[in-house]
Design a protein around this ligand. Structure first.
Ligand code: HBI
Ligand code: FE
Length: 437
């Protein structure tokens, strides 16, 4: 099934090209270059080949990939619909960009691998950056950053808790298996998990009226009225996703943990928020250095249902598509100091709108105290501010309003180096690329 979903369904990607190969010789090929990284960096690719002389030629292909120092992570084969002993093979590889280009060139010429050919037109996605064009493409954007996980980090409160680690695994599997368009599986949260939620929920209830921006408060109330936010149980991602959809068109998809910044930001372009579904360890209810669903729900959900904030979020996502690594780093930093830790003016007061503040008692009070520095939000300087994710921020950026932040951000994005423009078409839910070269 994986092979067919990778090769079918996108007829417009399979243009005839000018390699001079006949239809018979040519194979369906799809290269998914997942990031426009530097030549040496390892990237993921998927190739679909048609083998004209039986499955036996697969050995030669694998050997060739090995020669290019590619690491094969997945192989699938199926009989081709074409006449005779023909097969289609899906091969996923991790490979340096340079070798990948060479391999594709080789497969294209087909002399080295007689009987095996590759439709080469998709290798433009190697030349040009690949990025998702539709929310369904986010199925390919689930690359985890292994940073702070209970299995890996001795300082994680769940490190020594076998049961917790097993629970995390079960919930992570749901995210890995998730495909676009499916309902988000319901997780019957345990009593302990609901208890952790309750504790945080009560502290947030306490802080919201005084410190959260009005937009957050308005939606928070609505979530309570609709009985989605209740103190005794963790809401299910699907019901929250439906709520967002009704309000701003945002939807959720389950994420197994911290994603790469590129993958995480790209989903925002489609008004999709990648949300974790597991719960922090009960021993550390008020602080978690990795995102968990309590942070996503209490921190992010209210503002994703606010039209102006939703627009701002999507624009950060759109700016990230096809951006260079340096630009992704800048956009992550802006994301960090706005969506995660942003403050905004409200009359003469300063309020919190960042999710990392609104879901964490300690840092919220710190951010609004005189123990830190407040600077005006300005994308060009904010983007260069170093941030760290283990302790409270020493500096926060204050926006005049979401509208003002959006206006400033737009002007900054216009000066980015990308040689094309992207535009989201809400009717088709596709990103359209407007070439400016
Ligand atoms: N992944 N699941 C998840 N949640 C985040 O908040 C998140 C992420 N990956 C990267 C990331 N945040 C930061 O780099 C942002 O600054 C983009
Ligand atoms: Fe977050």
């Amino acid at each position: 099934a994986e092979a067919s979903s990778d090769s079918d369904g996108k007829p417009d990607d399979d243009d005839d090209d000018d390699t001079g190969l006949t239809e018979e010789e040519v194979v369906l090929a799809k290269t998914i270059a997942e990031s426009p990284e530097s030549e040496q960096s390892v990237q993921k690719a998927a190739l679909v080949l048609r083998l004209r002389e039986g499955i036996g030629s697969l050995g030669r292909i694998l050997k060739t990939i090995e020669n290019f120092k590619g690491i094969i992570t997945h192989v699938e084969s199926r009989a081709s619909k074409k006449e005779g002993l023909q097969f289609e093979v899906l091969i996923k590889i991790d490979m340096s960009r340079q070798s990948l280009l060479q391999l594709i060139r080789n497969l294209r010429q087909s002399s080295a691998l007689d009987g095996v050919t590759l439709l080469a037109d998709n290798s433009v996605s190697i030349k040009d950056p690949w990025f998702p064009r539709h929310a369904s493409d986010l199925d390919n954007c689930n690359h985890l950053m292994t940073k702070y996980e209970p299995d890996l980090d001795m300082n994680h409160p769940g490190f020594a808790d076998k049961e917790y680690r097993a629970r995390r695994k079960v919930i992570a599997e749901i995210a890995f298996a998730y495909k676009y368009g499916e309902p988000i599986p319901c997780i019957p949260y345990t009593e302990t998990e609901n208890e952790t939620w309750s504790r945080v929920f009560i502290t947030v209830l306490d802080l919201v009226p005084k410190h959260a921006c009005v937009e957050y408060q308005r939606v928070f109330k609505k979530l309570q009225e609709e009985r989605i936010f209740e103190s005794h149980r963790i809401p299910q991602l699907q019901e929250v996703s439906d709520f967002l959809k009704r309000n701003t068109g945002f939807t959720l998809r389950p994420a197994a943990g911290l994603l790469t910044a590129r993958d995480f930001l790209s989903s925002l372009a489609f008004r999709v928020f990648q949300s974790t579904q597991y719960v922090r360890h009960i021993n550390s209810p008020y602080h978690t250095p990795e995102p968990d669903c309590i942070h996503e729900l209490l921190g992010h959900m209210p503002l994703l249902a606010d039209p102006s904030f939703a627009q701002f979020s999507q624009e950060i996502g759109l700016a990230s598509l096809g951006a260079s690594d340096e630009e992704i780093e800048k956009l992550s930093t802006i994301y960090w100091f706005t969506i995660e830790f942003g403050l905004c003016k409200e009359g003469t007061e300063v309020k919190a709108y960042g999710a990392g503040l609104l879901s964490a008692y300690g840092e919220l009070l710190h951010a609004l105290s005189d123990k830190c520095e407040h600077r005006p939000f300005d994308p060009s300087t904010t983007a260069l501010q170093k941030y760290q994710d283990q302790e409270y921020q020493p500096i926060y950026f204050v926006a005049e309003s979401f509208e003002d932040a959006k206006e400033k951000f737009r002007r900054w994005v216009a000066a980015m180096s990308r040689p094309f423009e992207v535009r989201y078409n809400p009717h088709t839910q596709r990103v359209e690329v407007l070439d400016s070269v």
